[in-house]
Design a protein around this ligand. Structure first.
Ligand SMILES: *Cc1c(COP(=O)(O)O)cnc(C)c1O
Length: 285
């Protein structure tokens, strides 16, 4: 938005990655997990989240891991009830809950996700189903009122869901749900019940993201791109909990330049991060 302004006065810009409060998104939204964590490491994590690292002492504690899994199952049943209430579809709590909830936008690539769903459907149809894990793929989110392409993608997701869910052969393999009326209140139920968080925006487009943080603090693993706060989250949780794929922001800019001739390499995503290296002309109050 501010490219020209930035080129004139780069020192006027700096970047702060935004965030969410663990009081709401873990303490309030996931009381069962919060109690288990507090029982093991005390309640300091509520105002000092890095204390969650203390949980590493329990990774081989069988009783702890069992209770962790029981809590996840409890939260998945809570989410299953929300889905039943929201769109009448019954989902199995033993399936892997693969979730992408966020505003609908081309750069967030719900389209990529639904094409993957079509691929999974095709695999089952072809009998390529060795070591299959049953999956629920959950979508939620709204489009801006005039955003025709975003609405078309929502329509596509609903159509693919209709075909897959109506196929009796698919019942033990795949279920696809578009949950209407995605909201912050719904997210308080969704994040604790998620196994796999989808954070797959085109690298360089997502300033930060906050959904990624809500899922991660509730113990979901993430599949994502090198974009926004995903990068900072991986520094904390390690690549055994956040699986990266795809191009870097720089590779995306280069590819776009090659294909379209447009040079956006000073656009959102890189410029805002470079700006922090400029010396400030005055100390902020
Ligand atoms: C957290 C949240 C968002 C932001 O999600 P992103 O994945 O960061 O885009 C949007 N809408 C609702 C209702 C949320 O709770």
């Amino acid at each position: 938005m501010f490219r020209d302004f930035y080129e004139l006065w780069p020192e006027k810009f700096n970047n702060k990655t935004n965030g969410v409060t663990p009081r709401r998104w873990l303490g309030w939204a996931n009381p069962a997990l919060s109690s288990l964590i507090t029982e093991k490491i005390g309640n300091g994590w509520i105002t000092d989240l890095p204390q969650l690292h203390l949980l590493k002492n329990y990774v081989n504690d069988k009783e702890f891991c069992l209770r962790w899994r029981e809590i996840k199952m409890h939260n998945k049943k809570r989410l299953a009830a929300l889905i039943k209430q929201g769109c009448g579809i019954v989902v199995d709590a033993f399936a892997l809950y693969d979730v992408q909830v966020k505003r609908f936008h081309e750069y967030k690539r719900q389209l990529l996700n639904i094409l993957h769903v079509v691929h999974l459907y095709d695999r089952v149809k072809r009998g390529d189903d060795a070591n299959w894990t049953p999956r629920l793929i959950l979508f939620g989110g709204k489009a801006a009122s005039g955003y025709f392409m975003a609405k078309t993608i929502i329509k596509l997701i609903n159509n693919v869901a209709e075909v897959i869910n109506a196929d009796p052969k698919m019942h033990e393999y795949l279920k696809v749900v578009f949950l209407p009326n995605y909201s912050v209140t719904a997210m308080e139920i969704i994040a604790p019940g998620t196994d796999l968080s989808e954070q797959i925006s085109t690298a360089g487009k997502e300033a930060s993201g906050t959904g990624n943080m809500k899922f991660m603090m509730n113990g979901a693993i993430t599949i994502g791109t090198l974009d926004g706060a995903n990068i900072e989250i991986r520094k904390e949780v390690g690549d055994e909990n956040l699986f990266f794929f795809g191009l870097t922001a720089e590779e995306v800019f280069q590819l776009r330049k090659t294909i379209t001739g447009c040079d956006y390499s000073h656009g959102r995503g890189l410029a805002s991060r470079d700006a922090v290296t400029y010396k400030r002309p005055f100390q902020p109050v």
